[in-house]
Design a protein around this ligand. Structure first.
Ligand code: B12
Ligand code: SF4
Ligand code: SF4
Length: 261
């Protein structure tokens, strides 16, 4: 009986995973809501979907060549396009769960509170909990495949999907890169966190460890940069230097337009 339930849980998780990858996602995992219940009140999976049993997390990789160009309009275009694509996948995953008789609530990649600068749910914590990567010092999630160069989508559901376990070891190696992300931030918005935070999980080597981000400084810099470059383009998310300089992950060779035949 127990094994039938387990088979059902992993069967549906694997169908959702296959669907997302077939539709263009590059990474897929399931996070346990229990692990994410350490989030502040109002931002826990159960607060957004009472009875939540699983958090589906998927990632869309960014083009390395476009990341290299940041700050640029090219990067801004990719930022917006990736968010739209993630939103489309959100609907596909939600629909698939709803058709199986479950409830689903999607968290958008850029839905945030303007006062706290906090998302409805931290997709980074969800990606770490789903075993897809670990935090880097600059507070982005690094994956073995792409380092920090992906964006995340999340769908909360009451389907009893089998959760993955977090990766046991971190991927960030500040001693090797000389804290490249912290040093390169043009807004000086990044710093190491002081040791007196809440517990071992929040300290170097811990599951939820990352540096401090002066959110207002980062946001202001990105807006200034857009003005300085005199863009008419909508948006204004073109900095991501802390993402660009990180050496973690494989940088795949891009196909140059001339090679497409
Ligand atoms: C608001 C926001 C911003 C703000 C604030 C960023 C920040 N570090 O919090 C600003 C505007 C500065 C920003 C900038 C950028 N962002 Co942004 N941003 C978001 C957004 C919408 C919410 C982030 C959030 O909730 N932060 C609040 C929390 C997590 O951080 P905190 O306050 O330090 O956390 C405290 C508590 O809140 C608590 N906590 C909160 N939740 C939880 C959960 C658990 C389990 C626990 C234990 C604790 C906990 O723990 C801390 C201690 O008190 C997310 C999308 C999303 N929904 O997650 C994208 C996101 C984080 N951004 C992303 C990116 C890429 C960027 C930029 C590079 C911009 C760009 N050009 O793309 C820069 C990078 C700046 C940086 N180094 O962080 C990506 C990261 C992808 C990745 N590889 O991980 C995300 C995930 C968007 C996406 N869909 O992919 N961003
Ligand atoms: S996005 Fe730019 S300004 Fe913001 S933290 Fe990263 S490097 Fe600094
Ligand atoms: S640049 Fe270096 S310190 Fe920063 S996240 Fe990447 S590996 Fe870690």
């Amino acid at each position: 009986m127990g094994s039938d339930v387990q088979k059902k849980e992993s069967g549906l998780a694997s169908r959702i995973g296959h669907l997302l990858i077939a539709e263009g996602a590059d990474l897929f995992g399931v996070a346990s809501p229990e692990l994410l219940s350490a989030a502040p009140e109002g931002f826990r999976p159960q607060d957004l979907l009472p009875g939540c049993k699983a958090v589906v997390v998927y990632g869309k990789r960014l083009s390395d060549a476009t990341v290299e160009s940041t700050p640029s309009r090219l990067f801004d275009t990719m930022y917006a396009a990736t968010n739209s694509f993630i939103e489309l996948l959100m609907l596909k995953a939600s629909d698939a769960l709803i058709r199986e008789g479950y409830r689903a609530v999607a968290v958008g990649p850029h839905s945030l509170d303007n006062r706290l600068f906090r998302g409805d749910l931290s997709q980074k914590h969800a990606a770490v909990a789903a075993g897809l990567g670990r935090f880097g010092l600059q507070s982005l999630v690094l994956t073995p495949q792409f380092g920090p160069r992906q964006r995340w989508g999340t769908v909360l559901t009451d389907a009893p999907l089998r959760a993955n376990a977090p990766l046991k070891t971190g991927l960030c190696q500040p001693e090797k890169c000389g804290q490249a992300c912290l040093r390169s931030c043009p807004a000086r918005a990044l710093s190491e966190r002081k040791a007196e935070e809440t517990g071992p999980d929040f300290l170097p080597g811990g599951l939820w460890y990352y540096g401090n981000v002066e959110k207002g400084a980062c946001r202001a810099y990105r807006a200034e940069r857009k003005k300085e470059l005199d863009w008419a383009t909508a948006g204004g998310h073109a900095c991501a230097v802390c993402l660009k300089v990180c050496p973690v992950g494989n940088r795949r060779t891009e196909i140059a337009p001339g090679q497409l035949g």
